[in-house]
Design a protein around this ligand. Structure first.
Ligand code: SF4
Length: 396
């Protein structure tokens, strides 16, 4: 009896756009499907092609023909066999570009011996939260997010789409695009250091947990390299920012918390309230908070922008919002948020800060603890120097 096999054709040559093939190459592959696979060729979700019915005795001939076409890339299931959605290059919904990141990672892992050393490991990239690249279920997932016009990428670890399917765990705050390939390289290198014999990436990940990978790759411990991340500190803790900023003219995405402009808030107030998701509004420094005073109870976040560190209007707005309007939700400082000013921002009522740093929690603590006594009273109810002196005099 004749034996048949399926043959996978990788469309992930180093530096190539994942899943792309020229029309000439596609014609040639179709001819090979006629010759070797009963005319049948399939596309699979990993953006590769499959010859479905190949006589086992023809496998070598098929490989030779593909090799002549320079299409015999031996990386199926390996780290450079990356799924990447079209991203900003082709997709109108995208926040970020996916393809260049896939190309850069693919080029980095182009050596066959390195590929074999790493073993099976899936990387999936999506250019926005619609997740066409299935980033949630990549062993390493990469999700592109827009942070007020800048591209950032959120990494996840531990996802899987095999029989033990799982969603990846988020690794800290998003990274700027230029930092992503280096972060992936360091995750892979650390995995190689940590793994025991015969372990695959997920085995090691489930054994050691997210901490070592996260700690090594996004914080201190990267010798000689400083990684600046876009961080959100809220109530003095580093958190994932679940809110998506929506600029004027952009469609409001479904099912996610959003921070909209004042115009959107005023024009779409009923729709934004009734959609049942947390919502915030962003006030520019020339937009007085009086404009939202009648709808404050519907807001989860008020973001006040510092267009430059010299512009102090947001300090006054923060005190108004907290002390006169009684807003108790998240009051977020965004824009030119300097470490040196965090302390003062906290005193006027801000409890969330969106800023860049290589070690946000530590930087925040240092900046926030800079002073222990103040002459000026403020809305934070902490006693100033005069009150402390009076208290001391009374107790003497
Ligand atoms: S994930 Fe987003 S950017 Fe990528 S193809 Fe889907 S909608 Fe477009």
């Amino acid at each position: 009896m004749l034996g048949y096999a399926i043959a996978n054709l990788s469309l992930k040559a180093p530096g190539q756009v994942p899943g792309d093939l020229t029309s000439d190459a596609m014609d040639a592959v179709a001819d090979l499907a006629d010759q070797f696979s009963m005319g049948e060729l399939r596309v699979n979700h990993r953006q590769n092609l499959v010859f479905v019915d190949v006589l086992q005795k023809d496998l070598h001939a098929l490989w030779r023909a593909l090799n002549e076409l320079e299409l015999a890339t031996p990386n199926i299931g390996l780290v450079s066999d990356i799924i990447a959605c079209p991203g900003l290059d082709y997709c109108a919904l995208a926040n970020t570009r996916s393809i260049p990141i896939a190309q850069e990672i693919g080029l980095h892992f182009s050596q066959t011996d390195k590929l074999q050393e790493v073993g099976n490991l899936t990387i999936n990239i999506s250019g926005c939260m619609n997740a066409c690249g299935h980033h949630h279920v990549g062993n390493i997932g990469i999700l592109g997010v827009d942070k007020r016009g800048k591209e950032f990428f959120q990494l996840t670890l531990g996802g899987s789409s095999d029989e033990n399917a799982s969603l990846g765990d988020r690794v800290g705050p998003g990274l700027p695009q230029a930092e992503v390939p280096a972060a992936i390289e360091r995750i892979v290198d650390l995995y190689i250091d940590l793994r025991k014999a015969d372990e695959q990436f997920l085995d090691t990940y489930h054994r050691v947990g997210i901490e070592p990978l996260q700690g090594r790759c996004l914080r201190s411990g990267w010798p000689g390299q400083e990684i600046r991340v876009m961080a959100l500190i809220k109530d003095r803790k580093l958190i994932d920012d679940r809110f998506v900023y929506v600029a004027d003219g952009e469609k409001i995405p479904e099912n996610v918390p959003v921070i909209v402009s004042l115009t959107q808030w005023q024009d779409q107030l009923d729709a934004l309230i009734s959609r049942g998701k947390p919502v915030g509004v962003l006030l520019k420094s020339d937009q007085h908070p009086e404009a939202i005073v009648n709808s404050l109870e519907h807001l989860d976040v008020i973001a006040l922008e510092f267009p430059t560190f010299r512009d102090g209007r947001a300090y006054s707005y923060a005190r108004l919002i907290r002390e006169r309007y009684g807003f108790s939700g998240e009051l977020r400082a965004i824009g030119d948020v300097l470490l040196e000013q965090l302390h003062y921002m906290e005193r006027v009522g801000f409890n969330a800060f969106d800023f860049e740093s290589d070690d946000p929690e530590r930087a925040f603590k240092i900046a926030s603890d800079d002073f222990s006594v103040w002459y000026q009273p403020s809305g934070d109810d902490r006693p100033n120097a005069v009150q402390l002196r009076q208290k001391k005099d009374r107790s003497d």
